[in-house]
Design a protein. Structure first.
Lengths: 251, 440
């Protein structure tokens, strides 16, 4: 997290620290699911994507319940039973992060408390969260000032209108033809110093629904061009609510 | 003198008959027929010298040590004693004839040839039962009770309840092993209501099938010799039930009615050598033996369709009020039936009803339960409420709510009767310590 603040315990109780192919983040859903980005499990262009999901589940580390990495490690990891990758995600296509969403099922349900609480999913009829300027908060253990953070950070970023995102991207297209699909949104500032960065992937972009008083996950940290050099791009959770519920409820 | 062989019939004739009998003749005949018969003698032909008082010639007939007469003469003669068609009957089985002729049969110098007699005798059955035929006048009846004559003899028998003794004549009361097996009947002391005999050792046994109870009812009059100070020293009436004596009676006050509760009853009657009491009579009846009225052990026990009386082969069914279980010891019963046995006891003893216990309620993951009722126990109608560990979880219940009651079936159920407990589901998006921005 660049240009953010240190989170206090209980500020983002859904925040998960993952270590699958390096540092990543995730968010607790219910009491035994972790929502994260698919590319934290199958990185783009990685040659080792021949490993099975079962083996990945066996080797992945998930931590919950603290804002300090060291304390998180001390509290012990939460083993994974299964991994669900969205079928639209293509790890071979380095320029297209469409479908960058995954679910991790924990072997054991976690006991909720002040420092471990789930995030809500958005109501599929409500699209206001993605309107231009709607503020949200992103937390993560990712890079800050060139150093990977040992403390949970957060930053407040506005959602950006699709046209602005596309326009900004088009200007950058010459170098890297990245795909901005309808299953994504962007947030942040075109020239601002506040952004998410490497190591934040999989963490969720959350907004406060003032009507219900609940925090809702609207996006997943997915990709960007550099860090704090423009907008960041996030998986649009609203488009995957049915997929998520289908998996979670079936279990 | 010639004994006549013991035949059933025969003839007696004067010497030389039908030729005139000789003078100076004495002929004797002893007629004897078999025992059980008497002799009947008739003269077929009689022609003896007539004389006053049969002084000259005569035949003398004797039987049973008595003279049956002295006879002589001719039919139609003015003197003498012609027997005519007379039948001479002995009382015993013997008859003695003696014929005597004097030295001549002349009448005014003329010899008259008297031809003598021809007599027939036959054995006639003696009716020994006819008291008129008693050999001795002071003899009593041939039989004490009943006399049965037959040709050539007789035999005695006795009234019911008496036994012919070894003398074949006297009867003695037989009451030592009287058996009654009918459902009801009468029994009494011998000769009742006439005074009972002495020296009795009577035993009347009533034996009915199992499950029946004998009831005794004494009728009037009731008289058994007694003593004012000593209990029944002379004659005693004892009643035994299954070998156990339940009473000894005498005097003039009837014992009334006795319910024995047994199918085996013995009535013993002993008398001494004297007394003139009229005895007793009993009308016995029987009914199915009764069992004690079933009594619940507690206030939660229900006896279905209770009857005023329970008898052999009757049964009753027991259940418990709602919320209670039938228990026998530590064992729970699905049902209970008791049957009245032949001995008047129930084949099973009454169970008890114990309140249903639902046991500890199921623990709620990420939640807890608490008792609504003060007693905080798990018995029937206890109520608990489930709740979740708020604010991290919220409770999700069925339509029956979060209150569970201990049901009569022994399970905790909600208000819809469902046993499924609620669930505690995570509350999302409600951090206890959300971020707060200050500087603007």
């Amino acid at each position: 997290i660049l240009g953010g603040k240190s989170a206090k315990r209980g500020n983002f109780p859904w925040q998960a620290l993952t270590n699958i192919h390096g540092r990543g983040g995730g968010a607790l859903l219910g009491d035994r699911w972790i929502l994260t980005a698919a590319h934290t499990i199958f990185p783009k262009g990685a040659g080792g994507n021949n490993v099975s999901l079962d083996q990945l589940a066996e080797e992945a580390d998930i931590f919950l319940g603290h804002t300090k990495v060291e304390e998180l490690h001390k509290m012990g990891n939460h083993p994974i039973r299964r991994i669900f990758i969205h079928p639209d995600y293509n790890p071979q296509d380095e320029h297209n992060f469409n479908g960058d969403i995954a679910l991790l099922e924990l072997k054991h349900a976690v006991t909720l408390g002040p420092t471990v609480l789930p995030i809500c999913l958005p109501d599929t009829t409500n699209t206001t969260f993605y309107m231009d300027g709607h503020l949200g908060y992103v937390s993560g253990f990712g890079v800050e000032k060139n150093f990977i953070s040992n403390h949970l950070k957060y930053v407040s970023l506005p959602a950006v209108a699709r046209e602005k995102c596309q326009h900004w991207l088009d200007n950058k297209k010459g170098d890297m033809p990245m795909v901005f699909s309808e299953n994504m949104f962007c947030a942040g500032y075109p020239t601002g110093k506040q952004d998410t960065c490497q190591g934040d992937s999989g963490s969720v972009f959350t907004v406060l629904d003032r009507g219900s008083g609940r925090w809702v996950a609207t996006g997943i940290v997915s990709w960007g061009i550099g860090c704090a050099e423009g907008y960041g791009f996030y998986t649009k959770i609203l488009n995957y609510v049915d997929w998520i519920k289908g998996i979670v409820r079936e279990d | 003198s010639s004994p006549v062989p013991r035949k059933l019939f025969g003839e007696i004739r004067t010497p030389g008959y039908p030729k005139p009998y000789p003078n100076n003749n004495i002929s004797i005949w002893d007629i004897r027929v078999p025992e059980g018969y008497v002799v009947k003698l008739t003269f077929r032909y009689f022609d003896l010298e007539p004389s006053e008082t049969c002084f000259y010639d005569y035949v003398k007939i004797k039987a049973d040590k008595k003279s049956l007469g002295r006879y002589c003469g001719q039919l139609g003669s003015t003197t003498g004693n012609h027997p005519g068609r007379k039948e001479f009957l002995s009382k015993g089985n013997r008859m003695h004839l003696a014929f005597h002729s004097d030295f001549s049969n002349e009448d005014n110098g003329t010899v008259i040839p008297y031809r003598g007699f021809l007599a027939y005798y036959q054995a006639v059955d003696l009716d020994e039962c006819d008291p008129n035929n008693a050999a001795e006048k002071d003899e009593g009846p041939q039989c004490q009770h009943f006399c049965h004559n037959y040709v050539g003899g007789y035999f005695c028998s006795c009234r019911t309840g008496y036994r012919l003794q070894s003398d074949h004549h006297s009867c003695k009361v037989e009451c030592s092993s009287e058996l009654y097996t009918e459902a009801s009947g009468y029994l009494s002391s011998p000769e009742y209501p006439q005074p009972y005999p002495e020296d009795l050792r009577c035993n009347y046994s009533i034996r009915l099938q199992k499950g029946l109870s004998v009831n005794l009812k004494f009728l009037e009059p009731f008289e058994i010799d007694e003593h004012q100070q000593v209990h029944c020293p002379y004659d005693q009436l004892k009643i035994q039930v299954r070998g156990r004596e339940i009473g000894e009676y005498c005097g003039r006050v009837s014992p009334g009615s006795i319910e024995t509760n047994s199918n085996e009853v013995d009535i013993l009657f002993f008398t001494d050598e004297s007394g003139f009491s009229r005895g007793w009579k009993i009308h016995y009846t029987s009914e199915k033996i009764r069992c004690p009225q079933p009594v619940p052990r507690d206030q939660f026990t229900i006896i279905r369709n209770p009857q005023p009386v329970y008898q052999f082969q009757d049964y009753f069914i027991v259940s418990c009020k709602t919320g209670y279980n039938l228990m026998e010891g530590n064992r729970k019963l699905m049902s209970f039936t008791a049957v009245c046995q032949a001995d008047g006891t129930w084949h099973q003893s009454m169970p008890r009803c114990e309140i249903v216990n639902c046991g500890n309620p199921t623990d709620l993951t990420n939640g807890a339960f608490s008792y609504v009722n003060q007693s905080a126990n798990n018995i029937y109608q206890s109520v608990i409420t489930y709740r979740c560990n708020e604010p991290y979880y919220h409770i999700v219940t069925g339509t029956g709510g979060d209150r569970f009651t201990c049901s009569p079936e022994g399970t905790w159920v909600d208000q819809d009767g469902q046993a499924r407990i609620p669930a505690c589901l995570p509350v999302c998006g409600k951090p206890v310590n959300p971020i707060t921005e200050f500087q603007r």
